[in-house]
Design a protein around this ligand. Structure first.
Ligand code: MGD
Ligand code: MGD
Ligand code: MO
Length: 764
């Protein structure tokens, strides 16, 4: 029998399935938005918030990092942005009485959905050693506890400071400043699990780890390739940009194991015509096997190289390095191996090639479908090769477009949240503040977990996020976290990480993006950087969820004061009083932020410089854009197994579950589903609607099991399966990470199926 999934809360996971949708957004999306928003916030707050999202005088949407552009609509948000806002601006509250009624052991049995639905946390809470429940605590005592634990450590490197990507630039800058004055570079962040592979590949090849296109470039492109991304759910406002590009004549190729609704057809809710008719967005759908992208791009590159006049010879000669070596490797690409790795047909690849050759301006957009594989970094390098060949970097309508996740994940990194900071950044910090920051590298996310597991790290502090919920190998990670002496979470809402604690634990409730932030010098704003390097202000306008909340910058300041005391050479107090003083420091430390306060006063903000985009200058080790020639890899699949990708449903924001539906994929009322190609299902004896356990297989021989998934026959690529994260994180081995970037390979997990009456595995 397939074992029963954990329940423990009144929410039943009973998925219903209907046919997947072909179009995204449109009227149902608007109805859904308003309904969810009103249930959480009531009418008044719904109007107060939704009209301010992404406006120049409003707050940055806490959803995704897609840019806003210069012309804004009255309603510059999407269904999923509105859900993110409603989740934060909810009227529901988690008070000390709640914690009195729910011991930690009880919280540990609840689903992420249930925890999130309880509302905003209102007071600092403390779990003493041996305690069963969190108790209300004063802020003074909370910071004293942190200081006690941090100062008792044998070395500053026994502390970990995690950042999730909603944190503002100001808070992020202060957090890295504190960590480094305290003495460590242990600054893991969600980026380690997200676009780290993009950063690694781009820094090496073009010299800047960020995307090289603006919204305007998308509008001007001839060809946009969208690979490994589901914008209809995760970046819905991107669909408007694609639609605009299309109406100006662009072609779109989508490369994905799944036919994702928004890419097939988009009904633009911002225009009355779009709402009814909808536009077909994709011209060519390449239904690729999981992990087949490097092989695909390599073959396309070979075909480009071999086509007379297709290579931009002048660009390649003047501005790139390593072309000959790359060309030799590309020549070896082979049709049969590529067709096997990609699952595509020769005709499909030839169609793609024709579109590539017809395009003068090409952009490749990608997200987690490319970054979360063992060979993610060489895959993205191959995308860069593809663009370099035809000179598609550093001119209008062309370039690389890694589409970021969290709304300020890019800004946090710019502010120095990085376990491997550049020496120049540390020099600037030293010069500005007058202390010597540590120079040795710190731990990223995976290494942090290993350090906790092995007793090398003892204090875990998180600026937002849901560390144990988002990281791989759930059982290993949770056991590691329980070994900590202190776990601290700066949070807006409850999540799994509050239930998996060290010997002592703290929950520090904080203001969210939508909340008004008033300090001694008056009302404050913070700043963020979007996926295309635009930096702008964000101002909340709601009465905070509770009078006891502190802002993220205030929390870091007080932690620093309590921990470092008179030893600190930094004037922390001024930072809490007036965030403009933080920006003055950023202006002197971070390149591109000179005159920060003046520049950010401009409505809409300012764009950061990007040498490859602006000047076709490539600040790499060779001083040129680098071609690379890694061997082509593709995941190998043993008999009777499928390659599982762990992805997002339409009703979630990472580990925050808004609801139990995945509307576009036709799933309702439950999340424990596994999507399997009907042909594979037939071969494996997996009947539609039957239940199965997913059992992960990896070279360490450890059995990893996610019980009780409903099989859904679904048009995914052959050999591939899909199920939602975080329920399946238990299957992702801690050691299964991308080469170079060390990002967990959450999109390629080998699984077998153990169904009722078929113990020992299907196909054995
Ligand atoms: N509403 C909402 N918005 C979000 C988020 C959210 O959870 N909810 N999360 C935010 C964050 S942090 C991020 S990083 C982004 C994530 O945005 P996405 O990357 O779009 O998120 P995933 O759901 O992980 O989807 C991965 C996509 O890649 C495809 N894919 C999987 N494996 C492969 C492969 O090997 N090759 C190719 N070509 N495709 C593949 C999948 O079928 C899927 O379409 O979204 C951000 N925005
Ligand atoms: N298997 C698998 N695992 C994955 C992924 C995957 O595709 N598959 N994706 C990975 C990716 S791309 C990412 S980015 C990570 C995400 O990892 P995280 O960023 O750690 O996780 P989130 O679920 O986004 O964090 C949600 C929590 O953030 C807190 N929060 C929300 N807003 C605020 C705020 O304004 N301030 C503060 N202080 N706290 C706030 C709330 O308490 C909420 O519960 O997960 C990664 N894990
Ligand atoms: Mo992400």
């Amino acid at each position: 029998m397939a074992s029963k999934p954990p329940t423990g809360d009144p929410v039943q996971d009973a998925p219903q399935v209907e046919a997947p949708k072909h179009a995204a957004a449109g009227l149902p999306a608007i109805g859904h938005t308003l309904l969810m928003a009103q249930q959480q916030m009531g009418l008044r707050r719904t109007a107060q918030t939704l009209l301010k999202v992404n406006q120049k005088d409003g707050f940055d949407c806490p959803g995704c990092a897609w840019p806003e552009g210069d012309k804004r609509h009255t309603a510059e948000f999407c269904e999923n942005g509105a859900k993110a806002v409603a989740e934060e601006a909810t009227l529901r509250r988690v008070t000390p009485d709640f914690f009195a009624a729910h011991p930690v052991a009880d919280l540990a049995t609840r689903s992420g959905y249930w925890l999130g639905q309880q509302g905003r946390i209102t007071q600092p809470m403390y779990l003493p050693e041996g305690g069963e429940r969190y108790e209300a605590v004063t802020w003074e005592r909370a910071f004293e506890v942190i200081a006690e634990e941090l100062t008792a450590l044998g070395s500053p490197d026994e502390a970990l400071f995690y950042t999730s990507g909603r944190t503002s630039n100001e808070a992020a800058f202060l957090l890295q400043l504190f960590a480094r004055e305290f003495g460590t570079n242990n600054l893991p962040d969600c980026s380690n699990m997200c676009h780290e592979s993009s950063g690694s590949a781009l820094t090496e090849t073009i010299g800047v780890g960020k995307g090289s296109v603006s919204l305007e470039d998308l509008h001007q492109a001839d060809l946009i390739v969208v690979a490994g991304q589901n914008p209809g759910t995760n970046h819905p406002r991107m669909l408007s940009a694609l639609e605009k590009a299309k109406s100006a004549g662009a072609k779109i190729i989508s490369v994905n194991p799944l036919p994702e609704a928004g890419l097939e057809k988009f009904k633009n809710p911002q225009t009355p015509q779009g709402m009814i008719k909808g536009a077909a967005l994709t011209d060519l759908f390449l239904q690729i096997r999981i992990g087949g992208d490097q092989a695909l791009f390599r073959l396309l590159n070979k075909l480009i190289v071999e086509t007379e006049g297709a290579v931009d010879e002048l660009f390649v000669r003047e501005l790139t390095h390593g072309y000959e070596e790359f060309k030799a490797a590309a020549r070896e690409a082979d049709w049969d191996r590529t067709l096997a790795a990609t699952g595509l047909t020769r005709t499909e690849i030839e169609q793609a090639l024709a579109m590539v050759l017809a395009s003068r301006r090409t952009i490749v957009c990608w997200a987690m479908g490319l970054t979360q594989h063992k060979h993610a970094v060489p895959t993205i390098r191959e995308v860069v090769n593809f663009l370099l060949l035809r000179g598609n970097i550093g001119r209008p309508g062309a370039g690389v477009c890694p589409v970021r996740g969290h709304s300020n994940v890019q800004g946090d990194r710019t502010m120095g949240i990085f376990e491997r900071p550049a020496p120049a950044f540390l020099d600037a910090l030293e010069k500005e503040f007058g202390f010597a920051p540590p120079r040795h590298h710190g731990y990223d996310v995976v290494r942090s977990i290993e350090a906790l597991r092995d007793g090398r790290a003892k204090v875990f502090f998180a600026m937002g996020g849901n560390f144990v919920g988002a990281t791989p190998d759930t059982e290993v990670t949770e056991a590691a976290m329980r070994r900590a002496s202190l776990t601290v979470h700066v949070s807006t809402k409850l999540n799994r990480s509050h239930a998996v604690t060290g010997r002592r634990a703290l929950i520090l409730p904080t203001l969210g993006r939508t909340d008004k932030d008033v300090q001694k010098s008056g009302r404050q704003f913070v700043t963020v950087e979007d996926s295309m390097g635009m930096v702008h202000a964000s101002r909340g306008n709601l009465t905070p969820a509770s009078p006891h909340l502190l802002s993220e910058p205030a929390i870091v300041v007080r932690m620093a004061q309590a921990t470092l005391g008179a030893k600190s050479v930094v004037n922390w107090a001024e930072f809490e009083k007036d965030y403009a003083t933080v920006r003055d420091r950023i202006a002197r430390v971070v390149p591109g932020f000179e005159d920060f306060n003046a520049k950010v006063a401009h409505p809409g903000g300012f764009q950061l410089a990007h040498a490859p985009r602006d000047e076709r200058r490539f600040p790499t080790a060779t001083g040129k854009a680098n071609f690379t020639a890694a061997p082509v890899e593709a995941p190998e699949l043993p008999e009777g197994r499928l390659l599982l990708q762990t992805l997002r449903s339409h009703d979630q924001y990472n580990t925050t579950i808004y609801g139990l539906d995945d509307r576009y994929r036709g799933i309702k009322g439950g999340r424990r589903v596994v999507l399997v190609n009907p042909e594979d299902a037939r071969e494996l004896g997996l009947a539609d609607g039957s239940y199965t356990d997913l059992v992960g297989e990896w070279k360490d021989g450890v059995e990893r099991r996610a019980p009780g998934f409903r099989v859904v026959h679904y048009p995914t690529a052959r050999g591939c399966a899909a199920a939602y994260y975080p329920e399946t994180n238990v299957l992702v081995p801690l050691g299964a990470t991308a080469d170079v970037s060390n990002t967990p390979a959450s999109k390629s997990v080998i699984v077998r199926f153990e169904s009722a009456g078929r113990e020992g595995g299907v196909g054995e």
